[in-house]
Design a binder for this molecule. Structure first.
Ligand SMILES: NC(=O)c1ccc[n+]([C@@H]2O[C@H](COP(=O)([O-])OP(=O)(O)OC[C@H]3O[C@@H](n4cnc5c(N)ncnc54)[C@H](OP(=O)(O)O)[C@@H]3O)[C@@H](O)[C@H]2O)c1
Length: 376
């Protein structure tokens, strides 16, 4: 593992971080982590030099932090830098910031968080927490030793991103970036901006939540033109790592094989290693995907649970798959199963709760209607 220097103190950190949002689960129940498999994955990663672990209050229905706490308490806490995030959408008054942080420390069985983020800032949450004196909370939490470095994760537009970067002496930020999202949210311009202001930049969703790992035949044909054979996930990761402004890339891994592959990938530095020819190949794949994608959902599950039980990410996945991966019959079959369990789009009562929390700011209500028309 080639470590990078991170923060003003020059901490040695692995360029690959473990994203604890995609652990294997039992019976497709996201809150039911398959602890045996997930522990094996974490231990393998730590034993092989990975030392940055990213979780959040809400991952796996709140069980990601609890599970991590259990695993790290087995003598692993001092081997890693632990990152988690304040669920700012739950904060209603100043005291709530610290109350949530204390709950997280308890869940994680630790007395401090190394990297603490304000989770998923966008215009509404940002204005709210500014009014609630959030920077005072961060300063105090640092003074008390409960957090070491502060940052924020972001899912809104570039102008707000720049405003937040400039508002406080952050140590780092976390943005969504992959070759399909170069100009989406903070995007490449945000990456360069934050870097130029001295922030470490951590990348989430480098494989677009796994979507870029499953290439259709026409995409595979383009990849196969490369002199070096690589699988689609590796192409996606390499594109992100190639940027010199990127500090750490978080990968949400759901199998031990993925952990092994991704750790192997970062055994050498990947900065500025893609050739012009390879970059052109990636551009061609990007163009091809762009022509096909119908809904930019990343299956982050923030919209779940839906009050009407509508399986929003599943529906969009079926809809996209139809177009991107040509799975018309399969998508329609899966959708009819959803209808049997009353989780299809027809059950939407248009309350808008999903649109308020969606980090991608999708117009979910109208997109659900569109998807329903095509999937029945
Ligand atoms: N702060 C925020 O608002 C926010 C939002 C999103 C994510 N995050 C954080 O960022 C982390 C990374 O985001 P992400 O989980 O969306 O990352 P990602 O790397 O874009 O997607 C993860 C998925 O990629 C696939 N994958 C990973 N390695 C692979 C490999 N070697 N070969 C084939 N497929 C592979 C797996 O899909 P399958 O499971 O389908 O095999 C995995 O579940 C999250 O885990 C979380 O910690 C934060």
């Amino acid at each position: 593992m080639q470590y990078i220097k991170f923060t003003k103190d020059g901490l040695n950190i692995s360029p690959l971080g473990f994203g604890c949002m995609r652990f294997p689960v039992i019976d497709k129940d996201l809150s039911n982590i398959d602890e045996k498999k997930a522990e094996e994955m974490l231990k393998y990663a730590i034993d092989n030099g990975l030392n940055y672990i990213d979780t959040a209050y809400n991952y796996h229905g709140g069980n990601s932090e609890k599970f991590l706490g259990k695993v790290l308490s087995k003598g692993l806490r001092d081997k890693v830098y632990l990152a988690t995030k304040n669920p700012v959408w739950l904060v209603e008054k100043y005291e709530d910031f610290e109350k949530l942080l204390d709950e997280q420390l308890e869940r994680l069985q630790t007395d401090h968080i190394d990297f603490y983020l304000l989770h998923s800032l966008y215009d509404k949450t940002y204005e709210k927490i500014i009014n609630l004196d959030v920077f005072k909370f961060i300063d105090e939490a640092k003074k008390k030793g409960k957090i070491k470095y502060s940052g924020f994760s972001f899912h809104d537009r570039l102008p707000l991103f720049k405003r937040i970067v400039d508002a406080y002496p952050w140590d780092f930020c976390q943005i969504q970036l992959n070759f399909m999202d170069r100009h989406y949210q903070a995007g490449l311009e945000g990456l360069k901006y934050a870097h130029s202001k001295g922030l470490g930049v951590i990348i989430m969703e480098p494989i677009k939540g796994g979507k870029l790992a499953n290439a259709s035949d026409d995409v595979k044909r383009i990849w196969s033109e490369s002199k070096i054979e690589r699988n689609p996930a590796e192409w996606a990761l390499r594109w992100v790592f190639n940027h010199e402004e990127v500090s750490i890339v978080l990968s949400g891994m759901s199998t031990i094989e993925q952990v092994k592959e991704n750790i192997e990938l970062v055994s050498n530095t990947l900065r500025n290693t893609l050739t012009d020819e390879e970059l052109q190949l990636i551009d061609r794949v990007t163009d091809l995907y762009n022509q096909k994608v119908k809904v930019g959902c990343t299956s982050c599950e923030y919209c779940q649970p839906c009050p009407s039980n509508v399986a929003i990410p599943d529906i969009f996945e079926m809809y996209n798959n139809m177009y991107v991966y040509d799975t018309v019959d399969q998508s329609k079959k899966s959708y009819s199963k959803l209808m049997e369990s009353s989780k299809d789009a027809f059950n939407c009562i248009e309350c808008g709760q999903c649109e308020d929390i969606c980090p991608q700011h999708l117009e979910i209500i109208s997109l659900l209607k569109e998807a329903h028309r095509e999937l029945i």
